[in-house]
Design a protein around this ligand. Sequence first.
Ligand code: PLP
Length: 375
Amino acid sequence: MIYFDSAASSRPSEAARDAFIYADSYFANPSSVHSAGISANDLISVARKEIAKSVGAKPNNIYFVPSGTFANNTAILGSVQNYAKRGKHIIISDSEHPAVENVCAVLEKSGYRITRLSTKSGKINIDDLKNALYPETVLVSIMAANNETGALYDIPSIASAIKSYNKDILFHSDCVQAYMKVPINVNTFGPDMISVSAHKVHGYKGIGALYVSDKVRLSPIIYGGGQENGMCSGTQATGLIYSFAKAVSEESKLIASAKEHVCRLYNYVSENLVKCGCSINTPENSTYYVLSVVLPSIKSEVMLNYLSGKDIYISAGSACSSHSKTNRVLSSFGLSPKEADCTVRISFDRYNTLDEAQILVESIKEGIGTLAKIK
Ligand code: PLP
């Protein structure tokens, strides 16, 4: 299997697997007051410290949640519920993940005004943001890295524009695709809230985290036993949490070397695909973990199936938008519907090799030749 689809879900690392197995004997309910429960809770405390350290936060600012989607929903709905009196205006970008866009679309139906900033060519114009800020703006939610194009947005400058207008406006950033790809330190980065997800950083699916600064109080979006300081009721998944932290501890040490390796793969694949008639969407300011490519008049699903037949895996646009008819993100980026239809996403990770990249390029080249003939 040759896997270039880490942006959809990454393979769990050995560190994640070993930690999950280690946590197997800590099966008691971490809320139980007997010693087995206390030991399970201790494991979660260790994990909370490690996740906090990975973003320069304090452990009590980290909430474990079941996914990046849950983290985004909690940040947005929890803010607007708790700060309802501040106003009913929210600013997001026009290329947010559905876990932000669809939450805001629901709020829009209930009377909130949503401003969607343009991300044409992978850029957010700070003046557009400044012009969109109003006294009734309660929240800004802008992702750090786009899941379909890999574009990196300038989160520190966005934060500074928001806070110099009004320091009470809350700023959330979906960092699911940026976490462990670029260094993030909450003390200098800017947002009051940050969402991350384990399965994008070589951990398992079913666990994520939300960082919330001391200055922010969120209303919970679900109710129950009050776990995670009331922010995510439900028995905590000790094994998933612990393995997430161990995966992150390892990835944290590898950010620079992984980036160097991934950049080499990115450059090799992009340069060679351009030679066979493809054009690159991913802008210069990107994570280099995602390469978005328009194929020469070959629909992405056709190429995906062709590569699948060779046990090679990439995505069309993104896994999350593969069920919708039009691709909102690629169209916001500036692609025509025809170009979007022919766009594939190749995503890299530190496990991919140059040999695999060569096989991928050769197979796409061969696919372009073969599929063009049967069109
Ligand atoms: N945000 C971004 C940018 C993503 O890429 C994803 C997953 O694709 C999510 C949020 C959702 O994360 P999860 O799959 O953990 O719910």
